[in-house]
Design a protein around this ligand. Sequence first.
Ligand code: ADP
Ligand code: MG
Length: 403
Amino acid sequence: MGHPFRVSIPHTSRSLLYLRWRLAVILFIAVLLHQHHLFSVSRQSLAAKYSPTKFYDAPNALPVRLDEEFEVQDELTFKREAWRVLGEGWEGKVFAYNDSVIKTFTPGRSPFRNCAPGSTGEKWPTEIAASLRFGGSYTNIGGDGGSNTTLEGFLPVKAYFKTSVSPSKPPEWHLVTPLLSGGNLNTLAKSLTTDQKPHTFREVDFRYRPVFNTLLSNLHRLHTIGYCHDDIKPANIFIQDSTHWVLGDLGNVRHITHPYHSSRLWSDNQQLPDCRANDAVRALKSYVKFVQMSASDGEELNEEFFKRREPLSRLFWTSAARAHDLSAARIVELSRAEHPTSEVGDHVFGPTRSFSVLELFSKRLVLQRAVDRAIQTRMGEKLARWWGMVYVFGIPSVSVCSV
Ligand SMILES: Nc1ncnc2c1ncn2[C@@H]1O[C@H](COP(=O)(O)OP(=O)(O)O)[C@@H](O)[C@H]1O
Ligand SMILES: [Mg+2]
């Protein structure tokens, strides 16, 4: 006879219970292992992303700062109250004052990647180093101290300095460049849509394709000397004048063999393994987006986009088909072969069946989404930050600056 208080569990249910326990433990270990894998892959990616850009032929010391640069610094810091906010991002703020743009880099946000020159053991924004390397010094242009390593189509540096916004705050790096009053590709598109006379996508493409080709040639020059922009998108293409666009926001410039380009984060963001081809494709996507945003008949462009019957859509898809070994120079060639015309001309395509209002609406929505997906340039690192537990351990740092 069994014990009066002991509940006897039948043998089969006991082994079922053990099985469940064992499964739960195995599952728990698998989840831990997977979490650990994601943790280390994400941290490797972030360490790669935030590792420095090598400026091969950069001088060991900074160019001698001229009196004019100190004057710009003094005048600007004195008039700080009058600065107008142009934009505010995670890494800092962008202000305009008179004919200057001042970009500040808030300490403790995105870590600085490059060592500041002069063996101070300190890091500074890669954007300042890159702007000095490719844009050169504004006050030196034309002078005998002018740098011969600068490139056309990049903004020169008016001044750069590190100073506190207020006595209680830590000092911040400031980068000063000339103000381009045209804004960026997004603002240009917006102003085109508010013009009295609306523009068709063919007109916009006809008008701006030569400017885009020049931009691509400038990008190709950057690639030829061994660097990629890594952040080409409409907001980072600045409008100098009606015939010149500038590649701005150089904070992500990296040498071609930089480890970020072979990281998991890079490929997870659907970037091409060759960063030059990637830049070129992103430039083309930005241009198509610009034409789509500027045109009064953007919906018609969406319609034509997948049919490949227009010079712009043919250019896009021919380039996309060979994206992996594309270069900016090759897109210029293709672009010249697919030169746009401003008129509809012989672009009269056979009759299409008529749609109900609802059909038309949903068709447009689906098309818009499909086009947006094809030309999107977004790149995120939120997931990598989450799995890499940046909120606990911060961004992994791989480089230490020598003193
Ligand atoms: N020199 C400039 N002239 C005109 N507009 C500028 C200039 N520099 C930046 N801007 C404007 O400020 C915005 C943000 O500048 P950007 O350098 O891209 O900073 P962020 O790193 O915050 O993206 C740009 O999209 C552009 O519209
Ligand atoms: Mg930007």
